[in-house]
Ligand binder design. Structure first.
Ligand code: ATP
Ligand code: MG
Length: 427
């Protein structure tokens, strides 16, 4: 094993795997384009305070999972563990919100110091949507529909949409009081983690993965019972909106999500095919966040989708395979004059939009031909010194459907383009 290895939980994406990633990225881009959602790119590194304030000190993400360090100017910096806080910071910093509601998406790596396992890494990738300045229940439905349609379009099977409401901040405060009283009364039967959370983040106890705790919680007061009439109605409108679009969902009163800034709608899209790391996409409404980060009160809803889990699902489904990048032309050359000509020929073909692989090995023709076959290229351009001196190349159909053709290098591009029935590249 080589002595230099990537860090634990930091994963290389090798060329074999890239096709599927690009396929997913292209589909997401297209879905966002059709939904009039604009891309935003923010730095990977932010001041630590952004996440402490935006996500909340009591969450696992801020409390245990962040990559935080002092830079050379002794400023505390953090590799972003999620995208929402950065997007909101950027929207406030650049005054985007004073221009009206913003429909934004982002994609890229996130960093969390977690225990690596299938579908859980320390550097992972998300694609996310943020609708900033949207209050109506219809925007919740639209946000969910964009995620649902993207996943359906990609051909991901076995999906379930789980839905809950966290109510208004008032509802939550009231419920928090009831829940804490109940948890205190049952403290000795809770697991140690949950016992600790009574003081720091009691709603997160509902999300405990410990079976005994889960059984016990069946008797706990529910948030649904603490909702005011308005929150009830709002949630009903979200459910009706989803029903009208025939997007199936299951109510899950235990779904609380890890981050503090959520209110009202919370949802996750899970797959039965993912084992323990079942959530592909998670999101919800975060009406309090913009103000918490120093902006004007701005209602908002968003979600983030885990690329690794999505790609894992797609690679399990036999019917989804991304087309491999196969060259149109493989350039074989041998001899000084021929080799000098090979790169200019390749460049000219590439400039016209063809995919060209150049064999620069100087190996025997037979060896270069074997590699040309293996490349999957449809055609080979063969240049020896005899051809080079006359400005010619031999065009070989590697599938053997056409006879070899000697032609002027100047004519090569046009002939190939006709044979491949390529469109003109866009100028
Ligand atoms: P989990 O409960 O699985 O830790 P989470 O609630 O921490 O998820 P979010 O912060 O909502 O996750 O992130 C949205 C999505 O990003 C998740 O649903 C998941 O698909 C993906 N994700 C989160 N953490 C990781 C990770 N460490 N490795 C790979 N994907 C991740
Ligand atoms: Mg997590």
């Amino acid at each position: 094993m080589p002595s230099l290895q990537s860090l634990r939980g930091m994963v290389d994406l090798l060329p074999d795997a890239i096709g599927l990633w690009q396929h997913v990225e292209a589909s997401a881009r297209e879905h966002f384009r059709r939904a009039a959602v604009a891309e935003i790119r923010t730095p990977l590194l932010e001041v630590t305070e952004l996440f402490a304030r935006g996500i909340g000190e009591a969450t696992d993400v801020v409390g245990k999972e962040m990559y935080t360090f002092l830079d050379r100017g002794e400023r505390s910096c953090t590799l972003r563990p999620e995208g929402t806080a950065s997007v909101v910071r950027a929207a406030i910093q650049h005054g985007l919100l004073s221009q009206g509601p913003q429909r934004l998406w982002y994609g890229g790596p996130m960093f969390r110091y977690e225990r690596p396992q299938a579908g859980r890494q320390r550097q992972f990738h998300q694609i996310g949507l943020e609708l900033l300045g949207f209050a109506d229940a219809r925007s919740d439905v639209e946000a969910i529909a964009i995620a649902w349609d993207l996943l359906a379009d990609l051909g991901v099977g076995g999906l379930a949409l789980e839905l809950n409401t966290l109510g208004s901040p008032d509802d939550r405060a009231r419920y928090r009081g009831e829940l804490v009283a109940w948890l205190e009364a049952h403290r000795e039967r809770l697991d140690p983690d949950s016992q600790q959370r009574i003081a720091t983040n009691p709603l997160r106890v509902l999300d405990s993965k410990v079976p005994d705790t889960q059984t016990l919680l069946a008797g706990a007061p529910t948030l649904a019972d603490a909702l005011c009439g308005e929150s009830h109605e709002r949630f009903a409108r979200v459910r009706q909106g989803l029903e009208a679009l025939a997007i199936p969902f299951e109510l899950n009163p235990r779904l609380v999500r890890g981050l503090d800034y959520y209110s009202h709608t919370a949802f996750e899209i899970t797959s039965s095919q993912l084992g323990a790391q079942a959530t592909v996409c998670g999101g919800g409404r975060y009406d309090g966040l913009v103000q918490q980060l120093g902006g004007a009160p701005t209602p908002a809803i968003g979600w983030a989708l885990g690329m690794e889990r999505l790609v894992l699902l797609l690679s399990q489904a036999a019917h989804v395979s991304a087309p491999a990048a196969v060259p149109d032309l493989y350039v074989v050359s041998r001899g000084e004059a021929a080799e000098a000509l090979a790169l200019p020929v390749a460049r000219r073909c590439r400039a016209s939009g063809l995919v060209v692989e150049l064999d620069g090995s100087g190996a025997a023709f037979a060896k270069q031909f074997r590699r040309a076959d293996r490349s999957g290229a449809r055609f080979a351009a063969v240049i020896g010194d005899a051809e080079a001196s006359e400005g010619l190349a031999v065009l070989k159909d590697l599938r053997g459907e056409r006879p070899e053709q000697r032609l002027a290098i100047a004519a090569l591009v046009d002939v190939l383009r006709q044979l491949l029935a390529r469109r003109e590249p866009v100028a």
